[in-house]
Write a protein that binds this ligand. Structure first.
Ligand SMILES: [Zn+2]
Length: 409
């Protein structure tokens, strides 16, 4: 039957075989010759050779069938077929390997070029061509008169003996000038040696290595962790047990003080030094202007018995805090106010000894830890807040871990 259809001559155009299919909307022909087809359609791309269709196997993709709105799709699928034997994982591995091979090659080329440029520049610098060791020995030999003395010792006569005494005495009377002469040469030598300054190149090296660490092919979105954490009351510091901690709308955590006395509350997890945290808090009070609200990090060993404002903190009173080195704008603390209602963002990356505070959401004022050495290595820290007035309220609005801090602060 197939053979018959394929081979059959057109009744009208006897020189032509009915070897085409026409798959046009409302115009479907499974046995038609080219001349007939051209007469009944202008859409020649809706024609498919009978043989082509019949022999299409598992891997075959037609150039215009089934009808689609985007003609590129046929080619895209054909091109993707080249990789049909690779898993997505293989494709990723290949892409990433190519990236690293290329990165290595280009970095190496760049370094090699720079290295040879610097080398040829150095060779052109005449000043540095002398052999410093010889110069020092020449001066030393001159100052010590050792060859003259050798000669006199060997002669060993009355005259030479006298002469020797004179030379040695002269050495003593010239102690100062001989010392200075040698010192002068040594410091000149050191000055030349110090002309090669590795400080900036080493800084650049560490920046490059940091940048390489940041290469990431799969952008991980920030991970919101406020849902999964709790805040706890310090067990024995002052009146911490009078704090009230509750979840409010949008999983935010509200902490307020039910008595006018100090209270510390801390997160129920230890900060991972290698993670980058973003922590936002609303500070609210209508109490007296010198009241303080504190946000910061507290050492694990201090969390149940110490105040936070001795530690690493931002204080909404301006005076007792360590995060006070302004890096943009003015102080995040805007002067004493009776009514405080502000939101601040705290960014923490302990491995980099980094803790910063900004007013949120405009980031106009940004401050960081004045003395980064306050963040100790091999020490466990928790997020913490401190408040002491019955009117005080701290609302934790956001807590997330990010892959990279954005440029806002
Ligand atoms: Zn025909």
């Amino acid at each position: 039957m197939d053979q018959e259809k394929k081979q059959s001559k057109c009744n009208i155009h006897s020189n032509f075989n009915n070897n085409l299919l026409l798959f046009e909307e409302n115009n479907i022909q499974t046995k038609i010759c080219l001349v007939c087809a051209k007469q009944i359609t202008e859409n020649l791309n809706r024609l498919i050779e009978y043989d082509e269709f019949i022999h299409a196997d598992q891997n075959y993709v037609f150039s215009s069938f089934p009808p689609l709105n985007d003609k590129n799709i046929y080619n895209t699928i054909k091109n993707l077929q080249i990789k049909k034997d690779s898993s997505i994982q293989d494709i990723f591995i290949e892409k990433i390997s190519n990236y690293f091979t290329c990165l290595k090659k280009e970095i190496n080329q760049k370094i090699d070029n720079l290295h040879s440029q610097v080398k040829s520049k150095l060779i052109q610098m005449q000043d540095f061509r002398q052999n410093q060791g010889d110069i020092f020995l020449d001066i030393y030999n001159e100052v010590s008169s050792k060859f003259d003395i050798q000669k006199l010792i060997k002669e060993y006569s009355q005259d030479s003996d006298q002469h020797l005494k004179e030379i040695i005495n002269e050495k003593y009377s010239n102690i100062k000038s001989n010392t200075e002469k040698l010192q002068k040469n040594i410091s000149e030598y050191q000055a030349i040696i110090n002309k090669i300054n590795l400080k900036t190149p080493i800084e650049i090296q560490s920046k490059i290595l940091d940048l390489i660490d940041q290469i990431d092919f799969f952008e991980k979105p920030q991970k919101d962790i406020i849902e999964n954490i709790e805040f706890e009351k310090s067990k024995s510091y002052s009146c911490s047990q009078n704090l009230q901690i509750q979840r409010i709308q949008n999983r935010q955590i509200q902490i307020n003080q039910s008595t006018t006395n100090r209270g510390v509350s801390y997160a129920n997890f230890i900060l991972d030094p290698n993670q980058k945290y973003i922590f936002r808090v609303k500070l609210q009070t209508n109490s007296n202007a010198d009241s303080f609200l504190i946000v910061g990090i507290i050492q694990e060993q201090d969390k149940d018995n110490k105040k936070l404002y001795d530690g690493i903190c931002y204080c909404e009173r301006g005076n007792i805090m360590t995060i006070n080195k302004v890096v943009k704008g003015n102080n995040v603390y805007e002067g004493s106010k009776v009514n405080i209602d502000k939101e601040i963002e705290v960014r923490i990356h302990l491995a980099q000894k980094m803790i910063k505070v900004a007013n949120y959401p405009n980031y106009e004022n940004i401050a960081e830890l004045e003395n980064k050495q306050l963040i100790l290595e091999n020490t466990q820290y928790r997020l913490a807040v401190e408040l002491y007035h019955i009117a005080h309220k701290i609302i934790i609005t956001h807590l997330s871990i990010v892959q990279q801090f954005d440029e806002k602060m």
